[in-house]
Design a protein around this ligand. Structure first.
Ligand code: BDP
Length: 703
């Protein structure tokens, strides 16, 4: 007998495994409703649908479901509403946002049918993936009507042309530039399938710290090859535009966005790009940030720069995603204020095909940050939120960190821009200020590791990002549930254990890394491990001491009205929530306040003791995760179990390292003992300070 699986589950198939439906009753119910299937549209996307169903259905049911060209009773009929057979369903999809779809029970040519229909080919594909998700997760085949809440659902790859990935922890870049365009790695197709299955419709192929070479013909041919693979899956390609490209590639003396020759250079370049890729999506731009060139080099504004590109892209319906992650080189009083300072005055000055891309928080993808004050502050500008799926500040690909709760915390935060009930989600889905250009960007955690994301469970973050970009109202728990059932196991008890583990990871990591609102106290440059002692670097705001401000009195950054007043950038009810030390939610306490060591916390403990206990709780929670995972031995795939067991052991060691290094360091200021229950660190502070990691992964080559 040939074993069903010759190989251990290596994670390559992601959530598209289509393992056999375990419950025979459920399978039989589905089978009664699925006597045959047919795709009644033609074209490349229809072909993709056929291929996916030919792969999925035999997997799910253990045998093929016939393709019923002539129609049978209890059939699945898939197509666009332009297909004559489905024309009667036109009204059901007409009102949906672009690429929305309907799954409905109806009669087609007198036959009882389930129809999957959309006004667009891509919507039809999304409908099919949704239908397959229902089968994979054992849900009833009830009527569904679904449409994306945002338009540009896009991954940002921080991939360099030499295939290194900035802040990437899952191997090298997927894009094999050297062998493109002639060799098309089948992985490109699997990448596209995975994205389409969760509604992602765009990929920025290159690093925000951009290389102009990608705009040259040699590379555009390669980009075209990728675009051609992705197109049937509804995925557009985008590139990062290096602002100084007119100098570097065009030999112009300047890249001034108001200079006529510069503008002509970009117009020509963009026209050229569209000859290669007729549906090219547009550009992401990091300008005047961390040494990148930009319009300010010429005394121009971000709007001048963005609009120059937008104007040239506009005839082709391309867009510009201009990043607000900027901070001035004249080191300021509080870095978290800078994006707002620079961008708020530009509200209303951007062309309609510009989105301003704003990180979820005002600093830089920390385990916890308050929402970015630009959300709710630029009503006349389309804002594109940026989340970081790759775990630069979240334990790389070694720590288990399910990010949906972090995304949700930001999306659900109330900006009060138009009074109570103005959450970030309604800023970015366009409903608050009537924007039609909307979206969500995620910095990809994908590389060429066999399992795509490094940690075998980190795929859940890619999955969750796509699902929440489609529908920000989904709960992290529902999304986790779906992902686990499709990827790991169908058994309810197993699903429950893994879901509980995933949902706890966010808070756990905050506790052992940056509790109570601490931030940016990680290793220098590579950002690996704890290093609250970092000081005396070329920029104060690249140090840890700048952020935690520990001294004999206390710890924390006073951003209240008595301090830097970064809080003043929020709407008054938000200010009211955080400004008073006594009222401020403790999860943000040290983000907004410098707090005395003996301040009494809600628990009744002093701040120092609370800090110690919270670090300890973080470590203990990792230990609990280890115990939970142990119970799954023999239940989930053996190789996967072993791998996650090892990674959790590393996570435990590193959580302990964070606790010990941080507490020893802060203890120098608090001058208080560790409370009972918090063990004495195994090593001295000096030992921790001496640790060096010159080859930590993902490091940025040159600042
Ligand atoms: C920081 C990363 C750096 C990125 C930068 C960005 O350390 O590598 O280039 O964000 O988002 O967090 O531009």
């Amino acid at each position: 007998m040939i074993p069903q699986r010759l190989q251990a589950d290596d994670g390559y198939e992601l959530w598209l495994k289509y393992t056999r439906i375990a419950d025979p009753t459920v399978a039989a119910t589905y089978r009664r409703q699925l006597q045959g299937w047919r795709v009644v549209s033609e074209g490349a996307t229809a072909e993709v649908v056929r291929t996916e169903l030919r792969r999925a259905l035999p997997g799910l049911f253990g045998k093929a479901i016939p393709e019923a060209a002539g129609g049978v009773n209890h059939q699945l009929v898939i197509g666009t509403s332009q297909s004559p057979l489905l024309a009667s369903l036109h009204n059901k999809v007409a009102g949906l946002a672009a690429d929305g779809f309907v799954i409905t029970h109806t009669r087609i040519q007198g036959k009882e049918s389930i129809a999957i229909v959309s006004a667009t080919e891509t919507g039809m594909l999304y409908g099919v993936f949704h239908f397959l998700r229902l089968l994979q997760t054992g849900q009833p085949l009830a009527e569904v009507s679904s449409a994306p809440k945002t338009k540009v659902r896009i991954l940002n790859h921080w991939d360099n042309l030499d295939r290194t990935v900035e802040r990437g922890y899952a191997g090298f870049s997927l894009w094999d530039w050297h062998k493109l365009p002639d060799y098309l790695d089948p992985r490109y197709t699997d990448y596209a399938r995975a994205n389409a299955s969760i509604g992602i419709n765009g990929a920025v192929l290159t690093n925000v710290n951009a290389n102009a070479l990608v705009l040259t013909p040699m590379y555009l041919e390669k980009v075209r090859a990728l675009a051609d693979v992705f197109r049937p899956y509804g995925i557009k390609v985008y590139l990062t535009a290096r602002f100084s490209a007119p100098i570097e590639l065009g030999n112009l003396p300047t890249a001034d966005p108001l200079n006529k020759e510069v503008r002509t250079w970009w117009q020509d370049k963009i026209r050229e790009i569209y000859t290669y890729i007729p549906d090219f999506g547009g550009f992401t731009v990091k300008a005047n940030s961390e040494g990148q060139p930009g319009p300010q080099n010429y005394g121009r504004t971000h709007a001048d720069g963005a609009n120059m590109l937008a104007e040239a892209l506009q005839p082709y319906h391309g867009i510009v995603m201009w990043r607000a992650f900027v901070y001035d080189h004249q080191v300021p009083e509080d870095r978290t204020r800078q994006a707002y300072n620079e961008f708020k005055p530009l509200d209303g000055k951007f062309l309609p095909n510009v989105m301003v891309q704003v990180k979820n928080g005002p600093l830089d993808f920390q385990p916890r940050e308050p929402f970015h004050p630009l959300f709710g502050a630029m009503p006349s500008t389309a804002l594109l939120p940026e989340f970081q799926l790759t775990q630069e500040y979240l334990g790389f690909a070694t720590h288990l960190f399910y990010q949906a709760p972090l995304f949700k915390e930001c999306l659900d935060a109330d900006t009060y821009a138009r009074g109570k009930g103005s959450p970030v989600s309604n800023v970015i889905d366009g409903t608050l200020d009537q924007h039609t250009l909307t979206g969500m960007a995620g910095v990809a955690n994908i590389g060429n590791d066999r399992n795509w994301c490094g940690h075998p469970l980190a795929q859940a973050n890619w999955y969750a990002f796509g699902r929440l970009a489609w529908d920000h109202q989904l709960s992290p728990s529902t999304v986790a549930d779906e992902w686990i059932r499709m990827t790991l196991h169908q058994d309810a008890a197993v699903v429950q254990t893994i879901r509980a583990m995933l949902l706890a990871t966010r808070e756990t990591t905050v506790r052992y890394m940056t509790p109570l609102g601490l931030h940016h106290i990680m290793g220098w440059n590579h950002h690996y491990g704890p290093a609250p002692w970092i000081k005396d670097k070329e920029r104060a705001d690249w140090t840890s001491v700048y952020y935690h401000r520990a001294d004999a009195q206390g710890i924390g950054f006073d951003r209240s009205s008595r301090g830097s007043n970064a809080l003043g950038q929020y709407h008054p009810p938000v200010q009211a929530l955080y400004n008073d030390l006594q009222q401020c939610p403790e999860s943000y306490l040290l983000w907004f306040h410098h707090v005395p060591w003996n301040h009494t916390m809600r628990s009744g403990r002093t701040l120092w003791n609370e800090l110690c206990y919270t670090y300890q709780q973080g470590v203990d929670s990792v230990a609990s995760m280890q115990t939970q995972w142990k119970t799954l031995h023999g239940k989930v795939d053996g190789a996967l179990h072993t791998q996650v067991t090892s990674l959790l052991a590393i996570q435990y060691q590193e959580a302990t390292w964070w606790r010990d290094a941080c507490l020893l360091y802060f203890q120098q200021f608090s001058k208080q003992p560790l409370p009972t229950g918090v063990p004495k660190p195994a090593r001295t502070l000096e030992d921790y300070q001496r640790l060096e990691f010159p080859y930590a992964p993902g490091i940025r080559p040159k600042w």
